[in-house]
Design a protein around this ligand. Sequence first.
Ligand code: PBG
Length: 308
Amino acid sequence: MVAETALTVDDLVAPLFVREGIDTPQPIASLPGVVQHTRASLRREVAELRALGVPAIILFGVPERKDPQGSGAWDPDGIVQVALADLRDDVGDDVVLMTDLCLDEYTSHGHCGVLDDDGQPDNDATLELYAQVALAQAEAGADIVAPSGMMDGQVLAIREALDEEGWSDVAILAYAAKYASALYGPFRDAVDVTIVGGGDRKGYQQDYRNAREALEEIRFDLDEGADMLMVKPAVTYLDVITRARALVDVPIAAYHVSGEYAMVKAAAERGWIDGPAVALEQLTAVKRAGADLVLTYFARELAELFAD
Ligand code: PBG
């Protein structure tokens, strides 16, 4: 009766992977229970999530071929675009369809942007490509695009491109406070990304020693037209979620990322912790900190738990 926080199925967003050119779903070793879907298995999964009452999914694509530009990201026949169109046909408006908007799954070098002559991500050249990706995703049926590349000015570039082409009703969930985290490892297995030359994303993602800097990123993204903001990862950044909540009134999402999921799964597999109980505790804490929605690989498992 006096519980202050409740995590329900309505708070969950399921991250899903779809891979081009495969006939059967491929398990991801470091993300037990998560697979790279075929187009067909993705449709089945989303139908099942819908039946369980999960309100939203976010889609990531794994292309058959990668190139320096990441052109699969905006190709109208690219894997995310065709898969989105399938889902839009299947579920209509019953499930909110979000897309991760980035180039790293599609670039041969694994960075979130195109590279300049020195091999460094070129911020402004990348913005033009993000605008093209946004249009391709909107065209294919995305309700919400979620730019995750942390390039400066990305929200404005995407908003302008969408508005100019008549997609003013497509919303932007900005990965505003995205930290350069060691917790993304299993995700990079999921999308077959290795950053060239042992590189990292510290040039464009946030330093985990800083919280005020994240608030600055949040203010920028809101000024540029973000409809919702994301903090990522989740459990190690509860303070950032709380501070963001106090600062803004738009919805705040938190991404309980691949490494957070994998740690719980690995300990549970050994019988060291009760996996579902820990998942529930962690994700409830994320809500208690102030998040309105949680992106989590536990979405399906928790929805099943709640349905029991
Ligand atoms: C970038 C992106 C990443 C994740 C979501 N979008 C990887 C990165 O920034 O290196 C990570 C999600 C996770 O770890 O679950 N497209």
